[in-house]
Design a protein around this ligand. Structure first.
Ligand SMILES: [Zn+2]
Length: 379
């Protein structure tokens, strides 16, 4: 499989008129998740409606807009647009000026069970695809060999859970079923990115979207697979990486509505790409040390996410280095910091000084000292 260069963890840059809220689909006939996705730009929560008042609880509402029906949990409303969490885990922003238009249909919010989700995904992706389900996952995939598609993701979940169990970090129970879409070919994947997220990038082998809460990738064999290649998913670092993203958001280590600093989410995901030391990331980081490009960049990554746009390879390498180093040298602080970041209020925008302060609370103010310790560690 072509190695991933950039991971597309979703950073939504939607503004009130950018069109995300207008891309409606019928509740009963969803098309593949329609999102605004970019590798940078303004952080997702900055543009979301600010709640006028705190929702009273996880109720389920139903509303119609432009002749279409939407059912889900209201998260925030600013008098013009409503952020809604749908029953399959997708986050939608829907124009809504009159709240009378939204009716409460249940005092609770109960997402779809895997069986219902499976039915809906079958309808969404049509005859060209099969859908397989296991205890925790529902996977849309090309026809044939259904046992090979969903089981590997159960193993990815096990690896993730075992790691945190070993470090005595309690994970929340997932509210939503783990969803993966494996498209038939690179061509289909490119078309999907073009149609659904307006993205062209030959280096992207898969992505996790915080809006759809799904992983999307493609079958690299082009449907001509030898029997020995059937377990390709287990050899895919990209899938371990994207699975870690979805799991971190679903299990309470990140907050989908107030996302973490990018170095933290990417660093964590890269820690799960391999079962042992991530040699590929280590080699890349050492290359940047040799080129003397690392110095001073840690403060930048801690403050904002701009390095991911300007020098993505350096940003990813250093993010892995930071997450790996801090989790090894100071695991207690690392996991506390992670959970505290996830506990921020929904749709809360964090300024660069606030980001630095949150980090310093757990690791101290002397970033240069941490940087020097890290350089010695990776020599
Ligand atoms: Zn990623």
């Amino acid at each position: 499989m072509k190695p991933i260069l950039f991971c597309m963890i979703l950073i939504c840059s939607w503004a009130p008129n950018c069109g995300v809220g207008q891309q409606q689909t019928k509740e009963t006939t969803r098309t593949p998740a329609q999102q605004d996705l970019s590798s940078g730009g303004s952080p997702f929560p900055a543009e979301l409606p600010k709640p006028q008042k705190k929702p009273s609880g996880p109720t389920t509402i139903k509303l119609t807009h432009d002749g279409r029906t939407f059912v889900g949990q209201p998260l925030a409303w600013d008098g013009k647009q409503l952020a809604m969490l749908r029953l399959d885990g997708e986050l939608r922003v829907i124009p809504l000026k009159d709240k009378e238009n939204a009716k409460v249909v249940s005092p609770e919010f109960e997402p779809y069970f895997p069986s219902e989700l499976k039915k809906r995904l079958k309808r969404e992706f049509g005859d060209r695809y099969d859908v397989s389900a296991t205890k925790n996952c529902v996977v849309v995939h090309p026809w044939g060999d259904s046992e090979y598609w969903a089981d590997p993701f159960e193993l990815m979940i096990q690896r993730f859970e075992s790691y945190f169990e070993k470090h005595k970090v309690e994970l929340k129970k997932s509210q939503f079923t783990f969803i993966v879409i494996v498209l038939r070919s690179r061509k289909d994947f490119d078309r999907y990115m073009h149609n659904e997220i307006k993205l062209h990038n030959g280096n992207v082998a898969g992505f996790y979207s915080r809006l759809s809460n799904r992983i999307v990738t493609y079958d690299p064999s082009g449907l001509v697979r030898k029997p020995s290649q059937k377990s390709w998913l287990l050899g895919s670092q990209t899938m371990f990486h994207e699975s870690a993203h979805q799991l971190a958001f679903n299990r309470g280590l990140h907050n989908r509505y107030s996302p973490p600093p990018l170095w933290l989410s990417e660093g964590l995901a890269m820690m799960f790409e391999t079962s042992g030391l991530n040699k590929k990331r280590l080699d890349a980081l050492r290359k940047f040390y040799d080129q003397r490009k690392v110095s001073g960049q840690m403060t930048r990554l801690l403050s904002d996410d701009t390095l991911f746009q300007l020098e993505p390879e350096l940003a990813y390498s250093l993010s892995w280095g930071m997450a790996h180093y801090l989790s090894k040298q100071n695991p207690e602080s690392f996991f506390t910091y992670l959970k505290e970041d996830a506990a921020r209020p929904n749709f809360h925008v964090v300024s660069p000084p606030q980001r630095l302060k949150a980090f310093a609370k757990h690791f101290g103010n002397d970033i240069d000292k941490i940087e020097q310790g890290m350089r010695r560690y990776y020599k």
